[in-house]
Design a protein around this ligand. Structure first.
Ligand code: NAD
Length: 480
């Protein structure tokens, strides 16, 4: 499959005519081509978005909502096809794409299409003297840049609020997983989405992402990806005073107290460790266990991890699929090697796998490592694969100190049946999100994002609508 850019309502080849190979992680085969676009394509997309802005931003909220709901509806109609494409492109189990990724993309459009109908701005009364009211107006052309781990899910999570708020968008999916973004452009075409309102340009970070971020006519950037890339984007955007939302990496603690509901914790910890091959920014990669429970937990957990079925993503029985690329597989294996050099014990996993019929694919056995201290690189750096470490703690204070001992602060999980402790620990963990006695329960109305090196700003609910609008205060004097 050769995919194309989508600019000004038209499918378009890249101006330079160059394409990159698209690889299926499950088998290692090249199965398609994606545009290796450049600054010229980006400039055309920005010009189209600028041209479409007056029309789109002046539609009523109800009119924008109707356009977006048609997209949501069409995602639902093509759900199985989109899920199969996502699974092939990313290596994730098709079951996961069908249950999570694509339904969430559908919901992102529906959620913001309806949220905008309930949006309101403030007025501040000053009595006989006068009053203020606040307009929240769309800003202009927004850049949305997303990663490969939850491709359509995260792509639409940015695009939908930006559009709902009345902006026009130039979006760049990850060059590693472009397929469903391309299918989204087909959907825009099918539903007659207004030309130029959402433009999709494919290609690499340096060739497409940087020209987009540095373009003077793009005042707002919403980025999800690695912390180093976020720092690079900030350095370009800051002197130009652009508005930035950065959702970056994580090294999330999963804090387990001895009084927890053991069975539920064990089941969920298996998920929070290895769902999507551990390639979710919210995965709990550092498991901290209260010492009285430590031995029992390690034994039970390792037994369950060994029983996980790793295999071809298109097999409905598969629980853990392929990691996204050969490079990423090499990076994960490198960290497992490093963990051993740092004194860690590999309790299970620790190597590449070659499932029958998919020997060329990129698989890593779910890996559990014990015996490391918190300061080592394995516990400080984001691995972003099916690798977790387990450490023991003796007190609530120690649990908090260990949980907070990285530069990241995205999400945390806390397991305890003690209500007061749950609130205390949740309040003192340095992260944007804490789940108590569960993981990855999402309500799209809640603020989503991280602190420290995990990012700047919040997405979700009205936070996103506020981010994608500029407030303007207007004072009306009532005096003579
Ligand atoms: P990445 O930073 O390499 O790439 C993300 C996107 O940025 C891609 O589209 C890429 O092409 C683009 N890009 C790369 N260099 C660029 C540049 N100089 N200028 C502009 N754009 C550029 O990240 P990745 O490897 O695709 O994704 C994995 C990372 O994403 C992990 O660190 C993970 O934690 C993070 N992530 C964070 C969240 C969150 O919500 N906080 C969610 C998912 C993933």
């Amino acid at each position: 499959m050769r995919i194309q850019n989508y600019i000004d309502g038209q499918f378009a080849a890249p101006a330079n005519g160059a394409y990159l190979p698209n690889v299926a992680p499950a088998t290692g085969e090249v199965y398609g081509e994606i545009p290796d676009s450049g600054a010229e394509d980006v400039a055309r997309a920005i010009a189209a978005a600028q041209k479409a802005f007056p029309l789109w931003s002046n539609l009523t909220a109800a009119e924008r909502s109707a356009h977006m709901l048609r997209v949501s509806q069409r995602i639902e109609e093509r759900l199985d096809e989109l899920a199969a494409a996502e699974s092939k492109d990313n290596g994730k189990p098709v079951k996961l794409a069908t249950r999570v990724d694509i339904p969430r993309a559908r919901d992102n459009f529906a959620f913001y299409a309806t949220a905008i109908l309930h949006d309101a701005s403030e007025s501040h009364d000053m009595g006989a003297q006068g009053f203020n009211y606040t307009l929240r107006r769309p800003i202009g052309v927004v850049a949305c840049i997303s990663p490969w781990n939850l491709p359509l899910y995260l792509f639409t999570w940015k695009i939908a609020p930006a559009l709902a708020a009345g902006n026009t968008v130039v979006a760049k999916p990850s060059e590693v997983t472009p397929a469903t973004a391309y299918l989204l452009s087909e959907i825009l075409d099918e539903v007659g989405f207004p030309a130029g309102v959402l433009n999709i340009v494919h290609g690499t970070g340096p060739n497409v992402g940087e020209p987009l971020v540095s373009h003077p006519e793009v005042p707002v950037i919403s980025f999800t990806g690695g912390t180093a890339t976020g720092a690079r984007i900030s350095s370009i955007a800051a002197p130009m005073f652009k508005k930035l939302s950065l959702e970056l990496g994580g090294k999330n603690p999963n804090v387990i107290f001895a009084d927890c509901d053991f069975d539920k914790m064990l089941r969920t910890t298996l998920q929070s460790s290895f769902a999507n091959q551990g390639q979710i920014c919210l995965c709990g990669s550092r498991i901290l266990v209260e010492r009285p429970l430590y031995d029992r937990f390690v034994a039970a957990f390792v037994e369950k991890v060994k029983a996980l079925k790793v295999g071809r993503p298109d097999d409905p029985a598969t629980q853990v699929g392929a990691v996204v690329s050969k490079d990423h597989q090499a990076k994960i294996l490198h960290y497992i090697q490093l963990a051993q050099e740092e004194g860690g014990t590999v309790e299970c996993g620790g190597q590449a796998l070659y499932p029958e019929g998919a020997e060329g694919g990129f698989y890593v056995a779910p890996t559990v490592i014990t015996g490391l201290n918190m300061g080592c690189r394995t516990n400080q750096e984001e691995i972003f694969g099916p690798v977790v470490t387990i450490q023991a703690f003796d007190s609530e204070a120690e649990a908090l100190a260990l949980a907070n001992a990285t530069k990241y602060g995205l999400a945390a999980t806390v397991w305890t049946e003690n209500l007061k402790r749950a609130h205390r620990v949740a309040a003192h963990i340095h992260s944007g999100i804490v789940w108590v006695n569960n993981w990855l329960v999402r309500d799209l109305r809640t603020p989503f994002g991280g602190v420290k090196a995990s990012g700047v700003g919040r997405e979700g609910g009205f936070e996103a609508l506020r981010f994608f609008t500029e407030p303007k205060n207007i004072y009306i004097d009532l005096g003579e």
